[in-house]
Design a protein around this ligand. Structure first.
Ligand code: ADP
Length: 508
């Protein structure tokens, strides 16, 4: 193992359920890799612990090898054997935990949405903590993410500090308060925690359903610092509607709760070097963007002749879940068509009803020259859409941070977004007189209804068609905005350092 003694930097271990590009469902995967790489560049030792899913993209892991280690961890009152593998992902050392459990916890052909997710991830967290204890790793910071790994914090204080794993302070980031990981209270006992100690209103008892235990709440209560992924969302979740029952808990812990805006990995998302797009380009020379537009239209069988050349192309890449404003996305497809634009949607839904609904629309437009729906997860196509589109639509009902507005701007695709969460912190309306010229970078609408969306989208289509030179300047300006992790990673380092200073002071 890498033993981090006497290093100048901080030793940080992330425990998470996703990491791009090997195990990515949404933004959590991007954040894990982007933040970790930025921290590593700043001289810190960063390691990641993930479940060893069968459906990972193993081609993106180098040096994958099984460790010579007998790792037994407790679950349901029995000891279970685990294999532990190490490998490198995007330059980061990663440990993969493979439970040899009869339920084949991570051999399901998918990452989430299994009926026993609560058990799968509480098992994983217990095994991950056991790995830290047995391997002798003594990190300064253990950073867990979302409900899947929130139980790391109570496990640390209740079980592992007494066992001698006590070097660390705990950081917890919630990427979305909608998903909390609740179960009947007894379920928490499986990973070795005491129901009696934790089923208290000030600990892990669910604020709505008092017979249930809430993992996300445990992450908030037991971590030394809690962050979410944008300053605006950090404010919003203090309100009942967005806090989804945890607003009171957050208010009680507000002194340790911060909003840090996510960045994007500007090496992965770089139109000047991106090998997944047809033609690389940069803000100095954006002609390549139009070639990408042409090529993608050809590939998808969209109109690409004469009059089509200046036809605006609206793109949307998203999980199709209610949070993302699916009814507004549907409306925008028809509305764009009415206005003479083209629309490409890349998205898939874990909710069968929504998936079927969009499949129906997709069939309706199967041969249509102006609309294409691709209803799956496709990383390469997502890059092509970011590069090819003129306008990018994000009509979210709520949005903790959102990455696609930043990615699209980096590719010179102008976002049309609803003013909520991280979208409000990163997209600034070109027509808003209260915003300085230099900050203006897109189109923002206020309400989650069709009229409001039309107002935002129509202005974008109109500017694109009537003021091509102005538009081109906006494209170049958007491409040059710094959305890298640099600044945000510094904010995380400040929070970590603050924790370590307090820990030091407490010892003296
Ligand atoms: P969330 O985490 O809520 O899904 P974010 O905007 O934070 O939303 O992150 C979404 C990430 O997932 C982006 O990198 C986006 O490009 C990617 N993504 C979403 N849907 C798809 C899809 N169908 N195919 C490829 N990438 C997708």
């Amino acid at each position: 193992f890498i033993q981090p003694k006497k290093r100048p930097g901080i030793h940080i271990i992330h425990i998470a359920a996703e990491m791009a590009p090997v195990a990515k469902v949404g933004g959590l995967g991007d954040v894990l890799t982007g933040l970790s790489r930025a921290l590593q560049r700043k001289g810190h030792l960063v390691e990641v612990i993930l479940p060893k899913y069968d459906c990972m993209d193993y081609s993106r892991i180098t040096n994958l090898k099984e460790l010579d280690l007998e790792l037994h961890s407790v679950f349901d009152g029995h000891m279970h054997k685990n294999k532990v593998w190490s490998g490198i992902v995007e330059g980061l050392p990663v440990y993969f935990i493979e439970p040899l459990h009869p339920a084949k916890l991570f051999w399901r052909g998918k990452f989430y949405s299994e009926p026993d997710d609560f058990r799968r991830f509480t098992y994983f967290c217990r095994a991950a903590m056991e790995f830290l204890l047995q391997s002798g790793k003594r990190p300064d910071i253990i950073h867990s993410h979302d409900w899947q790994t929130a139980v790391v914090a109570p496990l640390y204080w209740e079980v592992y500090v007494p066992l001698g794993l006590d070097s660390a302070r705990l950081a917890f980031t919630c990427h979305n308060f909608e998903y909390q990981g609740t179960e009947n209270s007894g379920a928490i006992a499986a990973c070795g925690l005491s129901v009696r100690d934790l089923m208290r209103p000030d600990r892990m008892q669910d604020n709505y359903f008092h017979s249930r235990i809430n993992l996300l709440k445990g992450g908030i209560v037991f971590s030394n610092v809690v962050t979410t992924v944008s300053p605006t969302y950090a404010q919003e979740v203090l309100q009942p509607e967005d806090g989804k029952g945890l607003h009171g808990t957050l208010a009680n812990h507000s002194k340790k709760f911060f909003g840090v805006l996510n960045g994007i990995d500007v090496e992965v998302w770089n139109p000047a070097t991106d090998t997944l797009i047809d033609f690389q380009y940069s803000a100095d020379d954006i002609d390549g963007k139009y070639i990408n537009k042409q090529k993608l239209r050809e590939r998808l069988g969209l109109g690409n002749q004469g009059g089509d050349e200046r036809r605006p192309l609206v793109g949307c890449v998203t999980r199709l879940v209610p949070q993302k404003g699916v009814h507004l996305i549907k409306h925008a497809i028809y509305h764009t068509l009415e206005k003479g634009g083209q629309f490409i949607l890349l998205g898939s839904s874990p909710i069968p009803q929504i998936q079927h609904e969009f499949e129906k629309i997709s069939r309706q437009f199967k041969e249509h020259p102006q609309v294409r729906l691709v209803l799956k997860y496709d990383e390469a196509l997502s890059h092509e859409i970011f590069a090819a589109a003129d306008i990018f639509l994000i009509p979210s009902i709520f949005e903790p941070c959102g990455l696609t507005q930043m990615i699209s701007m980096r590719y010179g695709t102008i976002p049309v977004v609803r003013k909520t969460g991280g979208l409000a912190d990163s997209v600034f309306d070109v027509d808003d007189e209260n915003i300085s010229e230099e900050k203006k970078n897109g189109f923002v609408f206020d309400d989650a209804n069709e009229g409001s969306l039309d107002w935002g989208l129509d202005r974008a289509l109109d500017y694109y068609c009537r003021r091509p030179e102005w538009w081109e300047d906006l494209v170049k300006k958007a491409m040059l905005i710094d959305f890298s992790w640099e600044t945000s990673a510094d904010q995380y380092v400040d929070l970590y350092k603050h924790l370590l200073k307090n820990a030091q002071a407490a010892k003296q």
